[in-house]
Design a protein around this ligand. Sequence first.
Ligand code: NOJ
Length: 549
Amino acid sequence: MTQHVTAALPADAPSDAAARREWWRDAVIYQVYPRSFADGDGDGMGDLPGITARLPYLQRLGVDAVWLSPFYLSPQADAGYDVADYRAVDPMFGTLPDADDLVREAHALGLRVIVDVVPNHCSDQHKWFARALREGPGSPWRERFHFRPGKGADGSEPPNDWESVFGGPAWTRVADGDWYLHLFAPEQPDFNWQHPAVHEEFRSVLRFWLDLGVDGFRIDVAHGLIKAAGLPDIGHGEQVKLLGKQAVPYFDQDGVHEIYREWRQILDAYEGERAAVAEAWTPTVERSALYIRPDELHQAFNFEYLTTGWDAAALRAVIDRSLDAMNAVHAPATWVLSNHDVVRHSTRLADGDAARGLRRARAATLLMLALPGSAYLYQGEELGLPEVTELPDEVRQDPAFFRTRGQDGTRDGCRVPLPWSGERAPFGFGPVEGGPSWLPQPDSWRDLSVAAQEGDPGSTLEFYRRALAARREHPALGGGRHLEWLDAPDGVLSFRRTTPGGTLVCTVNLTAEAVTIPTPGTVLLSSAELDPGAAEVSVPADSAVWWAA
Ligand code: NOJ
């Protein structure tokens, strides 16, 4: 491969985002899950050439940037979040030159590219961990991880009571008697971030991908790198229920912020406004805001927003708190409804009725895209894909599913490969009709494919395209930092966004009935059919409208 230092996005790229300063403040970022986006070679697994070939689709969709989940060398114990070599592409996804091509092609189309970095843990096949195992107790290589003797007379009990996020103890015992810490699967040993070599290694990994030209990083488990001194017991049997709600000694420790200050300096040393977003599940948006103070990262995912239900008062409260918290640190708020770890929002919001779920999902999208800040889309939501709930156990791959004996861990259902075209599975996901796909798609996805929706003005795909095109036109969609709530009936949210470039009103009816309100302006876009009168308008149940005011 020709290794060359690319300035992130060429200044003359055909994108509005390219011309803007601090593009990440209001960018719409589309998450590509490489396994399931597009399969270029027909082996049933998505790959980098498949993604590159489909980049024009994303440009046409109207997003500003793409975030790629991990495609690094990995035994795939956790779908690539178990990295064996941070500088290599897994052959299942392609080669390093394929990654280089993808980044260059994206830039040529005016799309930025963010890649995942997984610093909390690696794979048990990573060469450091293999060496630590090989050299045995007392080896300096063990200090790069959290190895400890067990408790009890014969050391047969784990060193503390921490539980893995995927269920079961967070410790595994190796043949020589030591235990090692893994907050996720046993195949994902946690790094010891008190060790200088770990810092040095990740500084180098960041530079490797920045040199290749990526525009930034999504930082996996950004809240987990530092553990409380002495690894104290928690004294609670179902820790997974505490996560994101209450402080635990392995997440959101203050020490993590030093790492991000160090990383910010690296990002700032590159031209092209490289940016990073923290995947940090913290108990409050105020704690999340700490990750994006001016000398730390640029964005943090807003999981409190994602987990808020279809409830006007609750949404208004989380929007207000998010804006207050992010404005206080001069960072943009971010908004997200779906990703590869959660039930797709068209199903999550459905309350058992798929048609209602889709109505609400489309309305939720208009709400999200009208808010000040940056928005994340998850592949397939632009097609209105539902969660696949009927996957047989034998095809599932999510380690959380197995470690919790199927009680939880339903993440395969949102990872089913995308339908692009055709009458038969894999619906254009791979090059051969009737060919393989690593998870089976439901037959009903024939009608949800890109080809089936393209050109149909009532389709969810065309709705997303209109919404994203409008967002590029109107600075009041996404731009600025504030919103003004307007009087509205119970169960209805209405707010005005005023920016130097224009004013816009967004109305969301979260109730099960149509609601009549005074017409706020001229309709820019609505998630359901609308017949506005001059003075009054009936806004259908579970729908949203953008008005130019
Ligand atoms: C968060 C990722 O999004 C998830 O898919 C993964 O299992 C865990 N981090 C562990 O890396």
